[in-house]
Design a protein around this ligand. Structure first.
Ligand code: AMP
Length: 219
């Protein structure tokens, strides 16, 4: 299955994409995670992206498209994929449409996770992320077993510099302005399914699973 996860920052895209890949073995492509890995390694792309990311602005399309094109070369992509955090602009969506057309692939769903703004701010400012694997936790609703330490690999948990409140508010504004219009783009293609993103990780996951299973039955 080929999916796009769309929704404002903090809606739970990464968490839910992780749950789906664990169960279905699709490739999880998070452009945010890939960019953070570049920053950690200090690559040229990482350095170019740094100031945009710290301000909560989008990294320019040409850099993102080059990076995503390389990911699409990976053989695992054939098992299906979940795009998380991409596309984020109309130009990125057009480029994706083009790549899919060239490779004879189609999308199955664009899942839009809906969560009210104030809950997003509360979620993001209390989010902590593992330096090693990128998994996220919430200080209150999804805390690690040991404070400051990732349950899975023992990595150090830190607060992303763009999870501070002023940057979070800018990221939400950027989402409304640049990414929300894509919902219309995919609605026209008949691909959008809205998912209520409020509730526990399990509750939201079962709503997603219902959508994915509705598709397999009609195939
Ligand atoms: P995320 O982890 O998806 O919230 O992404 C973190 C940051 O990485 C964003 O605030 C942007 O600065 C940058 N970023 C990630 N994906 C994209 C994209 N598709 N286009 C432009 N910038 C992106």
């Amino acid at each position: 299955m080929r999916l796009i996860f769309m929704g404002p920052p903090g809606a739970g895209k990464g968490t839910q994409a992780g749950r789906i890949t664990a169960e279905y073995n699709y490739l999880h492509l998070s452009t945010g995670d890939i960019l953070r890995a570049h920053r950690k390694k200090g690559t040229e792309l990482g350095q170019q992206a740094q100031s945009y990311m710290a301000a909560g602005e989008l990294v320019p399309d040409d850099l993102i498209l080059k990076m995503v094109a390389a990911e699409f070369e990976r053989p695992e992509i054939e098992n299906g994929f979940i795009l998380d955090g991409f596309p984020r602009t109309v130009a990125q969506a057009d480029a994706l449409d083009e790549v899919l057309k060239e490779t004879g692939k189609t999308l199955d769903f664009v899942l839009v996770m809906d969560v009210p703004d104030e809950e997003l701010v509360a979620r993001l400012t209390a989010r902590r992320t593992c330096r090693t694997c990128g998994r996220s936790y919430h200080l209150t609703f999804n805390p690690p077993k040991t404070p400051g330490v990732c349950d899975v690999d023992g990595g150090e948990l830190y607060q992303r510099d763009d999870d501070k409140e002023t940057t979070v508010r800018n990221r939400l504004a950027v989402y409304m302005r640049q990414t929300q219009p894509l919902i219309e783009h995919y609605t026209k293609q008949g691909l959008v399914r809205h998912i209520d993103g409020v509730g526990s990780v399990d509750e939201v996951f079962s709503r997603i699973r219902k959508v994915l299973e509705s598709h397999s039955h009609t195939d």
